[in-house]
Design a protein around this ligand. Structure first.
Ligand code: BGC
Length: 527
C-alpha cells in the first residue's frame, strides 16, 4: 500500500485571492471552506494553502510574524479547524505552507534579537560584522533585489536575508531554532494538517564560512533582481549538503501523523534532487523549472525525462504556481498557450509523484492585465525593472457578479479588471468542452488508471526531440509537442486513447503505427 499521496493530485490555493466570505477584500479560510464543494467536484485529492499566518504582509504572508496564529485578515484558528474538518469529511487532505528559511522582522524573535547582542534570540538569526570597507560581509544578493545583507546600525552588524530585509534568515545551526520548528510542525499536525509545503526548502543551511558566490556572467541590468540573482552560482547560500539533515529530523516529527513533507527546492542540478527525497527526508519536491520556462518543448521534455529518471515518486510536478506567469501565457498565449499548458499537465500526470494544479489553471487562464499603479508584489514595487508575480495572483474568477464572485461588495486587495463569463467557473462548468471540464476529465482518467503512477516507468527510445513517450504497466503516455502530427509505433496490442489533451481522439482504438495530433498528449491503455 502506498502512502495517501500516491495517485493524488493537489491544488494550490492562495488564500488571499480565493474567496472572501467576510467581504473585506482579502480571501479567508471561511470563504475557502465554502468553496470546497467545487474542489471536490473538480476531483483534486489535496489542497495546499499558501501562508495564512500572522504577518505584516511585506511578502503577502511569506513573512511570518507568528507561526501558530492565523492572520486576522484570513480568519482565526477556529476557521482553520472548521476548514480541515469539512475538507476531511469530503476526502480532501490539507497541506499547509511552512516558512522556515526566514521569519518576519516583526516576529518577536527578531525584535528581541535586535534589542541586544546578548539576547537569547540573537543567535536565532544570522549576524555578521561588516567587511573591511564597512560594506556587507559577502557578495550574496537577495532574490528580491539588492544585497542579502542589511546593517543594523545599533549593533553595527549586518543581518542576512535571502529575500526582503523584512524577512531575516533564521540560523539553522542553532539547536533552539530546530526545536522551535519541531513544535510548529506538531502544532499544525495536531490540528489536523496533512503535511507541509516547505518554502525555500533548499535555503536553510548556509556555507559555514560565508564565502562569496562565484559570478557566472556579467550583469547588464542591475535593477532587474532576477537577472542579478541568476548571474551568480549559488554555491554558498543555497542547496548546502547539511540541509537534508533537517528534513530527516522533520520526518521523524511528522511520521506519527502520516503527514507529507513537500519541499520547494531548486537544487543546482537535477542529480542533487534525489538527495532530498531519498531515504527518510522529504517525500516529494516541487520541480520548478517548467514554471518559469517559456515554450521550449525540447528543453522542457529533456528536463522532465531527466527529472523522472532521477526520481519517479519524489516529484511534485507543476507548470503553474503563485510565483510565475501563468503557463497559458508563458507558453505562447491565446488558445495555443492553453493547449500547450494542458498537454504539459497531461504528460505530468503520467510521470509518477504528486502533481499540483494552481488555482485558475483549470480554467485555462492567462495572466491578468494590471495597471502598474495597482501592483502589490515587492519585486515590482521595490525595483525599477522587476517583473512581478501579481499577474497570476488576481482573484479566482467564480462568476460575473461583483469582483468575479470573490467578494460581495469589497474591492479585492489586488485590483484587476473583471474576467469575462467564459473565463469563470460559472461560464465553464456546464460546457463539456471547456478547459475546466478537460482538466476535470484528466484527473478522473488519472485516477482510473493506477498504472499511470504505479507502473514501472519505461521511456521509449523514440520519439525524441519535441516528442516523448513513456510506458508504465499497461498504460502509455505520448506527448507530441511539435507543430505537426506525428506517427508513433505502439507496442503490440490494441490500445485505447483514454485521454487526449486536444479532445479529438479520446475513445479511439489504436494499434501499430498511430497518429498523434500536434501539440497534444495522449494517455492510452491496453485493451
Ligand atoms: C515563495 C514566494 C516567496 C519566497 C520567500 C518562495 O519560494 O513561493 O512566494 O516570496 O519564497 O518566502
Amino acid at each position: 500500500m502506498g502512502r495517501w499521496w500516491s495517485g493524488s493530485v493537489g491544488y494550490e490555493i492562495y488564500p488571499r485571492s480565493f474567496a472572501d466570505a467576510n467581504d473585506d477584500g482579502y480571501g479567508d479560510l471561511e470563504g475557502l471552506r465554502l468553496r470546497l464543494p467545487y474542489l471536490e467536484w473538480l476531483g483534486v485529492d489535496a489542497i495546499w494553502l499558501a501562508p495564512f499566518y500572522s504577518s505584516p504582509g511585506f511578502d503577502h504572508g511569506y513573512d511570518v510574524s507568528h507561526y501558530c496564529e492565523v492572520n486576522p485578515i484570513h480568519g482565526d484558528l477556529d476557521d482553520f479547524d472548521r476548514l480541515v474538518a469539512d475538507a476531511h469529511d469530503r476526502g480532501l487532505r490539507v497541506v499547509v505552507d511552512i516558512v522556515p528559511n526566514h521569519s518576519s522582522s516583526h516576529h518577536r524573535w527578531f525584535q528581541q534579537a535586535r534589542e541586544s547582542r546578548d539576547s537569547p534570540y540573537r543567535d536565532y538569526y544570522i549576524w555578521k560584522d561588516p567587511a573591511r570597507d564597512g560594506g556587507p560581509p559577502n557578495n550574496w544578493v537577495s532574490h528580491f533585489g539588492g544585497p542579502a545583507w542589511t546593517l543594523d546600525e545599533a549593533s553595527g552588524q549586518y543581518w542576512c536575508h535571502l529575500f526582503l530585509p523584512e524577512q531575516p534568515d533564521l540560523n539553522w545551526t542553532n539547536p533552539a531554532v530546530r526545536e522551535e520548528f519541531d513544535g510548529i510542525l506538531r502544532f499544525w499536525c495536531d490540528r489536523g494538517a496533512d503535511g507541509f509545503r516547505i518554502d525555500v526548502a533548499h535555503g536553510l543551511m548556509k556555507d559555514p564560512e560565508f564565502r562569496d558566490n562565484p559570478q557566472r556572467v556579467p550583469i547588464t541590468d542591475p535593477e532587474n533582481p532576477a537577472e542579478v540573482f541568476g548571474a551568480y552560482d549559488h554555491l554558498h547560500d543555497l542547496d548546502q549538503d547539511a540541509t537534508t539533515d533537517i528534513y530527516r529530523r522533520w520526518n521523524r516529527v511528522i511520521e506519527p501523523y502520516d503527514a507529507i513533507l513537500i519541499g520547494e527546492t531548486n537544487p543546482r542540478t537535477i542529480d542533487r534532487v534525489a538527495r532530498y527525497v531519498e531515504g527518510d527526508g522529504l517525500h516529494t519536491i516541487f520541480y520548478l523549472e517548467p514554471v518559469w520556462m517559456s515554450w521550449k518543448p525540447v528543453e522542457l521534455l529533456d528536463k522532465l525525462e531527466a527529472m523522472n529518471r532521477a526520481s519517479d515518486t519524489g516529484v511534485s510536478w507543476v507548470i503553474d504556481n503563485h510565483d510565475a506567469s501563468r503557463s497559458a501565457t508563458l507558453f505562447g498565449g491565446g488558445v495555443d498557450g492553453q493547449h500547450r499548458s494542458l498537454a504539459m499537465m497531461t504528460f505530468m500526470c503520467a510521470l509518477g509523484g504528486f502533481p499540483f494544479l494552481w488555482e485558475g489553471q483549470e480554467l485555462g487562464l492567462h495572466d491578468a492585465q494590471l495597471e502598474t499603479t495597482n501592483l502589490e508584489d515587492p519585486i515590482s514595487t521595490r525595483n525599477e525593472h522587476g517583473i512581478g508575480r501579481d499577474v497570476t495572483r488576481t482573484v479566482m474568477p467564480w462568476d460575473t457578479t461583483h469582483a468575479n464572485g470573490f467578494s460581495a461588495t469589497a474591492e479585492p486587495w489586488l485590483v484587476a479588471p473583471d474576467r469575462p463569463l467564459e473565463e469563470t467557473v460559472a461560464g465553464q462548468k456546464g460546457d463539456p468542452d471547456s478547459w475546466l471540464n478537460k482538466h476535470r476529465e484528466l484527473l478522473s482518467v488519472r485516477k482510473s488508471l493506477p498504472d499511470l503512477w504505479q507502473g514501472k516507468p519505461q521511456w521509449f527510445a523514440a520519439p525524441r526531440g519535441n516528442a516523448r513517450a513513456l510506458r508504465r504497466g499497461d498504460t502509455i503516455a505520448v506527448a507530441n509537442l511539435g507543430q505537426a502530427a506525428m506517427e508513433f509505433e505502439l507496442p503490440p496490442g490494441s490500445w485505447e486513447v483514454r485521454y487526449d489533451s486536444r479532445g479529438t481522439a479520446t475513445g479511439d482504438r489504436l494499434a501499430g503505427p498511430a497518429t498523434v495530433a500536434a501539440e497534444a498528449t495522449y494517455l492510452l491503455s491496453l485493451r
